[in-house]
Design a protein around this ligand. Structure first.
Ligand SMILES: [Zn+2]
Length: 80
């Protein structure tokens, strides 16, 4: 046993995919993923999500989204 369970693997999945984990921390999680189809599924979902978000950020934000973000920011300032 590698000492890495599903809970640990999933808790670190997002950071692993974003490359925010140190190599030494990645190792047991990758090992777990290799042996656990369920966590591998989870990883693929996260990966697609991460790619989709990244792609969305690369493209210019649609005007409506920009307006929504801006108005919620203004609201925060008004309340603060
Ligand atoms: Zn697992």
């Amino acid at each position: 046993m590698s000492g890495c369970d599903c809970a640990h693997a999933r808790a670190n999945l997002e950071e692993l995919i974003r490359g925010e984990l140190r190599e030494i921390d990645c190792e047991p999680i990758r090992e777990h993923l290799a042996n656990c189809p369920e966590c591998r599924d989870e990883q693929q979902v996260f990966e697609k999500l991460t790619v989709a978000v990244r792609r969305a950020c690369d493209e210019a934000a649609p005007q409506s989204l920009r307006d929504a973000v801006l108005s919620s920011l203004h609201q925060l300032h008004a309340e603060g």
